[in-house]
Design a protein around this ligand. Sequence first.
Ligand code: AMP
Length: 413
Amino acid sequence: MPEIRVRRSSSKHPKTMIRSVSDLNLEGKRVLCRVDFNVPQNSDGTIADDTRIAAAIPTIRNIIEKGGIPILMSHLGRPKGSPNPKYELASVALRLTELLQDVTVYFANDCIGEEAEKTVKNAKQGEAVLLQNLRFYAEEEANDTEFAKRLAALGDVYVNDAFGAAHRAHASTAGITEFFPERGAGLLMLKEIKYLGSVIGSPEHPLLAILGGAKVSGKIDVLSNLLDKCDVILIGGGMMFTFLKAMGGETGDSMVEDDRVAMARKILSEAKSKNVRLILPADTIASTEFSNDTERKTVDAEFIPDGWRGLDIGPKTAAIFRLEILAAKTIVWNGPMGVFEMSNFAAGTRSVAEAMAEATLNGSITIVGGGDSAAAMAQFGLSDTVSHVSTGGGASLEFLEGKTLPGVAALEY
Ligand code: AMP
């Protein structure tokens, strides 16, 4: 894979460069690789979804094929700086062994110190090591230099493939890079930068963004940034009601953020002045309670009766959104259209997911920006039907907000 050039706004640094793991000389080297094995767990601690482990396999294989020994490090959950059996990575090491099959994976029950050093030293070419949860040390999240140095002592070369953790300046994602003149991005990290970067860089137009999810407050920065780039923005999910209220609509008992109505009005007027078609739902599936088993009916989105709340986009909206999606060349989607976790309110989200799949078949670039929309794609069995599903919820949102991710910036030369 070629080097990725990242454009910076400063004229002093007009262009910087990130090297790919594929371009690094790894023969006989211990490759300290930050991965994102922060997998969802069941209540008994077993792995609920191994997507993130599977997503790191191409990079791990690439390192092994080039004669390097992958020394993998990750966080899991929020153990708040001390060891906690609930967040141990041992079960991840087992799953990794299953996925890698022919590669022996050694697990070190610490990420620094004697045990880590011994395990790393004993590993041979063709084998791999997984270190214990980085967040068992508070120094990880504090981006502590001494801790970063102790981690760095375990490898000759540094690779970061943890896009999902790249929006945090932690010891293993940021501080550590100063100890490695030889560093690069893993294949997953490069894929994320390529696809999400294609939205905010120079996308093929028309560029369409679909935004949903519970609240407008979490999406204001992404909306502001996308207003400068998109031709069309579709809004669904709980956040649509704040916009509908801003337009004078009757929202009944729907979720409305009253303190964001003025902001929604501002966004609507900015969209107009920037010639962005911002499309709100025409209808909604409303219910009398926040429950799957309650009375529901399709109502006009601007006239939701008192006592009723919108929990999904309606069929008319789904049809309009589908046509908009099929007319676009680049589509990015963040946030479900309704409460897709409840089967009676999942149709709108499913219909957007299916339209994304259709658009992909027509040759459009389709990107799902992690988090709940990625969970929805997985729930519908449609994850493989789009160009890219981001593995990072918060990181993909910050990327689309136009922010520099510390974990990406630290890889630059
Ligand atoms: P977010 O994390 O902001 O992307 O929000 C995702 C959550 O929004 C999901 O759990 C959905 O159930 C929820 N959601 C989507 N539409 C609605 C709605 N109309 N009313 C309440 N919650 C919603």
